[in-house]
Design a protein. Sequence first.
Length: 180
Amino acid sequence: MKRMLILAVFIATNALSIPSAVGAEAPVDSLEAKAAGTGFIDDAVMEAVVAAATPGIELPDTYGLLFRTFLSLVAVIALIWGAVQLMKRLSPESTGGSGGGQIRVLERAYLAPKRAVYVVQIGDKALALGVTEQQVTNLAELDLEQTLSAYPKPGGSRSAAFASVFESVRARFDGKQVAN
């Protein structure tokens, strides 16, 4: 414990630019003093302090630690990128849920586990499909005009509702009264 305290004091005095207790003088403001290292603690003294504070333990190589840290960072970034790509691939939007594709799922209703009825728009047709784990069955062909009027484009009513709530909150912060 004493050795660790001594090491901490030496490191702190070096970091705080206070002349050390080893007897080193204040650093000279010359290029030779700056090139010689810290200027406060001689390299041999520092090695002796580190050796005394950590007997029998060899300190790892600094470049090796930096390299391992860099590789770990690259691995974490690669894992995050892979998870994002997987989520994009598995998300409902990637299967044509919203976007400019020809197939759009208008609604789904689950009847039982792994059994559902989907209302989909495929091009200029609207279909009701029964979907199980083994097959997809066309239940009915629906009138496209009536179906599209019953199911507006995604985000239309929700974004309008959000816009009205946002405007009322913004008006409150501005100090204006909003008529509901």
